[in-house]
Write a protein that binds this ligand. Structure first.
Ligand SMILES: [Zn+2]
Length: 410
């Protein structure tokens, strides 16, 4: 069996799955709005949302098609090997890095117009975008530099370990990626600062009430910070970053502007519930499965040097191994892991909602969530199949129903 044909067939299967998800997304707008969230948009706003949803779906369908056309062409026509020959990279390291740089640059070239239209076109048209062209370009450069740096570092480790220790690669790679993930979680507040400015929440009644809630539930955090999310979008958010002593609560300035004090505290209490239940660490457990799969995929493709000939290479190319592990193996495995991970994540969301309700913020959380849904232009009627397969949060209607149940049972 030619490995290239096999790879293309696997990619074809993931393509069909992705296409089905996109198709169901386009169908979700036709579904009836559940009664408990019917008050989020008025008739005019809903009309606007429908138009917005249609434009977003159209763009994301095109993006999906182009991404697969590019991937099929690059793999089907031995594009990566052509790049390596073109730049004359001969050493194991340089040939691997050439593939990674080519892959990053090519994906930046085809995907940037889509991100540009999404942010500067659609989000701008509906009044969400606050990003200047400068922020857009600076973000793009920062993201590309960070991802290239990390990938090249990782690939050098893989080449060195595999050359020196052979099959030990599997264990060492798993350990390296795991350590890397843990460091990322610890350093997340630092990474956040590369993109956003964080300032401590100013003293006052809100801060006092938040601190009281933290103390009441025995939570310690390093800082309650406000992020300048308004620099990019009017859409609001809040999250817990880092853990242990580095733990920081980040509230978007947009959240503070759009919500009443009770609603802010309710959203905060929900985030605190995640923290109290140690959800970040539990989700890290799922990441272990992901990491193992990545390590196994990479180890499998570098252990079969004969497959590279089918893709136009003379011998093993570690950069291309990353490409195969990502676009063929992981793209195929991820939906299965995602099914499990998103079910677990939705369970955590319900538990965090219950935590906020138990602390007396059920009512405020419902109105806060509705406000968030309205201001973020959320879909009220996602297709149930898409929810089960991919949603990390229950639908807004499911959450309202659940919070009301929690308040009744209290
Ligand atoms: Zn949550």
């Amino acid at each position: 069996m030619n490995y290239k044909v096999f790879a293309l067939i696997v990619m074809g299967i993931t393509f069909l799955f992705d296409t089905l998800m996109h198709y169901l997304d386009t169908k979700s707008a036709e579904r009836e709005i559940p009664a408990n969230v019917a008050d989020i948009y008025d008739a005019d706003e809903y009309k606007r949302w429908l138009a917005y949803d249609k434009e977003c779906n159209k763009l994301s369908l095109w993006r999906h098609l182009v991404s697969y056309v590019v991937a099929f062409l690059l793999i089907g026509l031995d594009g990566y090997a052509a790049v390596v020959n073109l730049v004359g990279a001969e050493g194991l390291y340089s040939a691997a890095i050439a593939v990674i740089i080519a892959d990053t640059v090519i994906s930046m070239v085809w995907s940037t117009p889509f991100s540009y239209v999404a942010n500067m076109g659609i989000e701008q048209k509906y009044g969400f975008n606050k990003m200047t062209k400068k922020t857009f370009v600076v973000d793009l450069i920062k993201e590309t530099v960070i991802s290239l740096g990390l990938m090249c570092g990782l690939i050098c480790i893989v080449v060195a370990v595999h050359q020196a220790l052979g099959n030990w690669l599997l264990i060492i790679l798993t350990a390296v990626i795991m350590a890397f993930l843990v460091i990322m979680v610890f350093l997340q507040p630092v990474f956040t600062r590369i993109f956003n400015k964080l300032t401590p929440l100013e003293e006052g009644e809100l801060r006092a009430r938040l601190t009281e809630l933290l103390e009441k539930n025995g939570c310690t955090v390093r800082q309650i910070s406000v992020s300048d999310g308004s620099k990019r979008s009017t859409k609001a958010n809040a999250y817990f970053g880092g853990f242990g002593k580095m733990k920081t609560i980040v509230l978007y300035d947009t959240l503070l502007e759009q919500m009443t004090e009770d609603e802010i505290i309710a959203v905060f209490a929900h985030e605190m519930g995640h923290n109290k239940h140690k959800d970040t660490i539990k989700l890290l457990g799922i990441n272990v499965v992901n990491v193992l799969m990545i390590a196994v995929s990479l180890w499998a493709v570098v252990s079969l040097p004969e497959i590279y000939k089918d893709f136009g290479f003379d011998g093993v190319n570690y950069g291309f191994a990353f490409v195969l592990a990502g676009t063929v193996c992981m793209a195929f495995i991820s939906p299965f892991i995602g099914l499990f991970a998103s079910a677990l994540s939705r369970k955590f969301e319900y538990a965090a909602d219950k935590f906020a309700a138990d602390n007396g913020y059920g009512e405020a959380l419902i109105s806060g969530l509705k406000k968030l849904a309205k201001n973020n232009f959320s879909c009220l009627t996602p297709h149930p199949v898409v929810v089960v397969l991919t949603y990390s949060h229950p639908t807004i209607s499911q959450r309202v129903e659940y919070i009301e149940k929690c308040m009744k049972n209290k």
